[in-house]
Design a protein around this ligand. Structure first.
Ligand code: SAH
Ligand code: SF4
Ligand code: F3S
Length: 462
């Protein structure tokens, strides 16, 4: 029902856009800027799909007729950036009053943000949240016909709308949402509040999408969810993530399968087994540890200890000795002491991550950690620098282990600095630059890993 309604709004918008383009004597354009994680990236592909269906063409940045910011709010600096950008947009809009400015994504799910937009950013035309990106055409139609600020932010998702158009960034790889939302409520994290409760898609819908993508030329899939390991738990007769992964590997034409993110507490031995057995599953696992201190992990509500984490890493490495492990680490979580921090360094040293995203703890209002005793900023900065140094040393050692080997590379683009090189990734997710041209994009080719440059390689076609 909802799908038909939205397709109808797409038609209505098409008519308006066609007339407006004829009047202006040029096609109308759009620009979407995406902040945050792969969920938002994938949502933006769907938003682009809708706008293109309506008849907008891709524009060059903020001078476009429709400008949409798909926002993130996981850390405070993400919000600050959006407000800064809005200031600039306001002066552009003064010069072209027909321009439509839209805001969507995680920030919009916060009440105080929407209040601020109503008060300080009246030139913003449409505001919508994470639960209803599929209503873009409807909101656009309203703002085109009613010329007033339209706000449609919902507290939760009523349904999962399948089969809307999507315009993929890459023709050869794609993200596939397998679930939405998060129920884990880690005490520092705002995601469960802005993305809502955990909802899994039906396996048959996911597989149908994967098959369609494969027919469309996609070779690499990234299964997306805040905690893919708890996939299926809210479905009647749902299958496990391990079973789903196995099914996805059966899809003809797909050569590589990745997934993100895995919560350590839910990573099953069944999944390790499937990963080890299935050749298409990439030799890379992103396993956010957040902290190495069991006391801090408890305060974070992560529901595993330092020992659990190390034990899990051990089991994964036994099954797949060659696997690359990456992680997320937060420094300066409330009450973190020097001893707690040394535990984090200890795990980084013991595990040897292939890379790690390190974050300074950011207070998110409304989360339990916001009310806990905060750590001094200078202390955090010092810890952050020490952590980064160790992470980089260990990552460089890990990266070097492929030197001299020949490995399959999925080519993603022509190198930006040197037109005689192309850039791609090995199954372990490491980036390799090597000799080649545009015709290789989207192909998987064997490459000799000649020289490790710390966190990427210079290679040669084998
Ligand atoms: N669902 C994923 C993470 C999504 S958010 C998981 O559980 O692993 C991505 C990363 O942002 C988190 O892993 C965490 O390291 C970081 N992060 C989340 N909230 C944060 C905060 N308040 N301050 C600093 N970093 C945070
Ligand atoms: Fe946030 Fe934790 Fe959910 Fe990840 S698992 S999105 S860190 S609450
Ligand atoms: Fe940011 Fe929302 Fe992702 S808060 S990290 S864009 S789920």
């Amino acid at each position: 029902m909802e799908l038909e309604k939205q397709l109808d709004y797409i038609k209505k918008c098409q008519e308006i856009v066609r007339r407006s383009a004829a009047l202006k004597g040029r096609p109308l354009t759009f620009y979407i800027e995406t902040f945050g994680c792969q969920m938002n990236e994938r949502d933006s592909e769907k938003l682009r799909g809708i706008l293109e269906e309506i008849g907008y063409e891709r524009g060059e940045g903020e001078e476009s007729d429709v400008v949409l910011y798909n926002t993130c709010t996981v850390r405070e600096n993400a919000n600050t950036r959006v407000y800064g950008r809005l200031g600039k947009l306001s002066s552009i809009k003064k010069g072209s009053p027909d321009m439509i400015i839209g805001l969507c994504g995680c920030m919009m799910q916060e009440e105080q943000v929407v209040e601020k937009i109503k008060k300080d950013f009246k030139f913003v035309d449409i505001v919508f949240g994470t639960h209803n990106i599929y209503v873009l055409a409807e909101l656009l139609y309203k703002t085109l016909t009613e010329k007033k600020q339209i706000i449609d932010v919902r507290e939760k998702a009523d349904e999962i709308v399948e089969d809307l158009p999507a315009d993929r960034t890459y023709f050869f790889k794609s993200g596939v949402n397998i679930m939405y939302g998060c129920d884990n409520f880690c005490s520092y994290c705002i995601v469960p509040y802005v993305r809502g409760r955990e909802r899994s898609r039906e396996a048959r819908d996911i597989l149908r999408e994967c098959e369609r993508l494969a027919k469309d030329g996609v070779r690499e899939l990234m299964l997306l969810g805040q905690n893919v390991n708890s996939y299926g738990k809210n479905l009647d007769n749902g299958i496990s993530f391990a079973e789903l992964l196995k099914e996805v590997c059966r899809v003809d034409g797909i050569d590589r399968v990745r997934f993100m993110t895995s919560h350590p507490k839910d990573l099953s031995d069944e999944l390790i087994k499937v990963m080890a057995e299935e050749e298409k599953v990439c030799r890379h696992l992103h396993l956010p540890m957040q902290s190495g201190s069991s006391r801090i992990l408890k305060a974070m509500n992560r529901r595993y200890s330092k020992e659990d984490y190390l034990d899990l890493v051990g089991r994964i490495r036994t099954a797949m000795p060659d696997i690359s492990l990456t992680t997320d680490i937060i420094v300066g979580f409330p009450t973190e002491t020097e001893e707690d921090f040394l535990e984090t360094l200890d795990v980084v040293d013991k595990v040897g991550f292939d890379s790690a995203f390190t974050f300074i703890y950011s207070i998110r209002s409304g989360t339990p950690a916001a009310k806990m005793e905060q750590v001094d900023e200078a202390v955090i900065k010092d810890r952050f620098d020490r952590l980064l140094k160790l992470v980089q040393e260990r990552a460089a050692e890990r990266c070097a282990r492929f030197e001299g080997r020949t490995m399959d590379v999925l080519v993603e683009s022509v190198n930006r600095q040197d037109k005689d090189l192309v850039t791609g990734r090995i199954s372990n997710n490491l980036v390799v630059h090597f000799d080649g041209d545009e015709s290789l994009i989207g192909k998987i080719v064997p490459v000799k890993m000649e020289e490790c440059k710390g966190f990427y390689y210079i290679g040669k076609r084998a």
